[in-house]
Design a protein around this ligand. Sequence first.
Ligand code: NAD
Length: 465
Amino acid sequence: MPLEYTSVENLQKSYAELQKTFQEGKTLPLAFRRAQLLQVARMFQENSVALADALTTDLSRHKLEIVLPEIGPIVSGAVQAAESLEEWNKPEKPQVEAWRSSWDTTIYSAPKGVVLIIGPWNYPYATTMIPLIGAIAAGCACIVKPSELSPSVAQLLAELFPKYLDRTAYRIVNGAAAEATALLDLKWDHIFYTGSTVVGRIIAAAAAKNVTPVTLELGGKSPVFIDAENTDLELAAKRILWGKQQNAGQLCVAPDYILVPRAHQDATVEAFKKAYKSFWPHPKGSVDPLSEMGAILNPTHHERLMKLLGRTKGTLVHGGDTEGTRRIEPTLVADVTTDDALMDGEIFGPILPIVPVEDIQEAIKIIRERPVPLVIYVFTDSENTKDKFLTSTRSGTLVLNDTFVQLGVYEMPFGGQGNSGYGSYGGKFSFDTFTHRRSYINVPAAAEPFFQSRYPPYTEEAFEA
Ligand code: NAD
């Protein structure tokens, strides 16, 4: 089904309506926010089959890879936010200096206003709805623009939104760069963007014109270090391969490349082959179209990945088969050097290069010479290695001994640093993103005795006091 793009006139109309709704205070009462949050949960629960089908149509992703990282967390996240509204919105009374004790000093959580969420195609539900849950909980009105490259998802969301949510406060706008540009011409109170670093720069520049705060959830090359002497290599390979093959490697937190001491490269390759066999026991060379592997977005992305494989000077040690222009077998390339084509940009596909290093120092040096990644994965049981990575590297997140799990830990902020973005979300952090912490100060007349020295005429005595 072709995606219906929203006309510029209609998106401007939606924006004006949302402004009116927010100005009238409709999104402010906690009862309204709670009802809308529960409607988000209901929308995803009642339509889980249709929502999963839409994503399978767009990306051929296995249902388990849709329900676990997307539909499940949206339902539970919306319910949790609804249950946490009082707690999250509770005014705070900071401890002030004793002489100010007669003042009323309170920090209120105020909604930022009318906000915009722009999402990518690869995890189109989680990257738009988890921020939306925060925006609703904060009391904002919100327009969501899903990616035009996951059209079935975008179309379905446009149909479901008015059936479940208050349409004067929450809207889907559909379209591509032109529609996104028209949205960016409007003045927002926050823009939450997930996608590539290239477009992230455009978003931040457009937002700067209106002094609009922005969250940028971007991608990049997330490294893995295997401390082979201090880890269970087979378990490490299994966990890395599992994270890498999610959505055919089209994942912002995909393990992008592996750094392993040279002496352990061969054992690492063997461990991966073993893990691969346990995941996909079908005969080598026949990529089973009915297997659980996700599909590459489109022929252009498929061609980009195959060209990368053609240009690498590393050794293909596993995989490399393709099925038409939809699937690429999870592929391992060994003996990759840091100037190889595979080390240029985010791979965003099921190709995993291994860069052999002398030791942990060289691994850390390679990571530090590159843009700050969204995540660093380290497989080790050594406290010394953990400590070295914690103190000598920078990344959005540091995950020890697993991959991909960080997205589900909503008690912690998820976000990048440097080229992988700024700001964060997940659970209360999504609420914080769309909330202005508004200081409220009331200075009573009773405080006057403390102010005698501040009024002119100024005297030397007052200065000395
Ligand atoms: P993209 O930047 O091409 O598109 C993202 C969104 O921006 C889409 O809605 C698109 O319509 C819009 N857009 C495109 N051109 C635009 C322009 N000129 N002006 C304004 N908006 C424009 O990204 P993508 O290909 O959809 O997503 C893949 C990227 O997203 C990868 O780099 C991946 O790592 C990253 N990503 C990051 C996270 C995270 O949480 N950090 C999550 C998922 C994906």
